[in-house]
Ligand binder design. Structure first.
Ligand code: FMN
Length: 309
């Protein structure tokens, strides 16, 4: 394992701090294996629930100058299919491969139920998606906006996850992100993933005079949200002791470095993969290494959270 990029996170060691974010290429063993081969330290599955879901009609994902807008609507094949796919990934990628399972539920109890099933394949982490912004027409306001919901779901999932660590994936759309992160910490969360997409927002196709998304509105991701995600990571790292997976707008080594300097333990990338290519992981790893070598920096610890000092 590369000494420079070696990353310890919740008792396990990963070959790189880079992670595939949930929702992009995280549905099949084959695509996740390709991402691991390209140099990601770990991959996060697409969020899955108890039952298969079709999600919203197309067009559901569109690029714009600042990144992507999406209203995929949590489409997924359900926990039983995902467990099979992830078992396959373990067989293909080896027992030490980094696999994070992203779960969601329609009710608090469903979060517990899907977690109980997901732990069957022993993921390295259960990531709890309480923050998807584009299913509000069906699910109402995301649970991540409400402190009591986050408190309850954190407790339920922790109990269901047993010895598997749990990260709560937060949204910035809540009255106080710092208070929300502290609630996760006080209720047993092992980590925070920050942030989910922002919004929802919307774009109009002036040619046909209609919203570009069939769902009209969708979550915004990519470069447009990088400063928001970075500040969220900075605030959570400054106010809790929980390790953070920094997520939002990262496409380059410089942006990954900024996340780590703000305190992130791992850095996950979603949209960057969608409109780039998976070699992005190889390139960012290479550029991180060069940046560290040029400064004679021996490991990530030397500059993690440096802007808090
Ligand atoms: C097409 C698409 C699908 C997504 N699906 C999920 C999902 O299923 N679960 C989840 O927690 N986040 C999902 N996200 C959010 C990403 O994991 C990530 O938090 C967000 O996009 C910000 O990171 P990025 O700018 O690197 O994409 C999705 C994002 C995109 C672009």
């Amino acid at each position: 394992m590369d000494k420079l990029l070696k990353t310890s996170f919740l008792g396990k060691t990963y070959p790189s701090p880079l992670v595939l974010a949930s929702g992009v290429l995280g549905l099949t063993a084959d695509s996740m294996k390709r991402v691991l081969d390209a140099g990601a330290g770990a991959v996060t599955t697409k969020s899955f629930g108890l039952e298969p879901r079709k999600g919203h009609p197309c067009p559901a994902i569109l690029p714009f100058d600042g990144g992507l807008i999406n209203a995929v609507g949590l489409s997924n094949p359900g926990v039983d299919e995902m467990v099979k796919e992830i078992r396959k990934l373990r067989e293909q990628a080896g027992s030490s491969s980094g696999i994070f399972a992203s779960v969601f539920g329609r009710t608090h109890e469903e979060f517990g139920e899907v977690t109980r099933r997901a732990v069957e394949f022993e993921p390295n982490l259960i990531e709890v998606n309480v923050s998807c912004p584009n299913v509000s027409s069906e699910f109402g306001t995301p649970f991540g906006a409400n402190e009591m919901d986050v408190e309850h779901i954190t407790r339920i999932v922790k109990k269901a996850a047993g010895s598997i660590p749990v990260s709560i994936k937060l949204t910035i759309h809540c009255p106080s992100l710092i208070r929300m992160a502290k609630i996760c910490e006080e209720n047993g969360a092992d980590a925070i993933t920050a942030i989910n997409t922002v919004g929802p927002g919307m774009l109009i196709d002036t040619g046909v005079m209609k919203p570009v998304l069939a769902n009209t509105v969708g979550g915004v991701s990519g470069p447009a949200i990088f400063p928001l995600a970075l500040k969220a990571v900075y605030e959570i790292c400054g106010n809790t002791r929980l390790p953070v997976i920094g997520t939002g707008g990262v496409r380059t080594a410089d942006e990954a470095l900024q996340m780590i300097m703000a305190g992130a333990r791992m850095v996950s990338i979603g949209s960057g993969v969608y409109y780039g290519d998976i070699e992005l992981f190889t390139r960012i790893n290479r550029d991180l290494r060069s940046w560290m070598k040029e400064r004679d920096i021996k490991n990530l610890k030397e500059f993690r959270g440096v802007v808090h000092e």
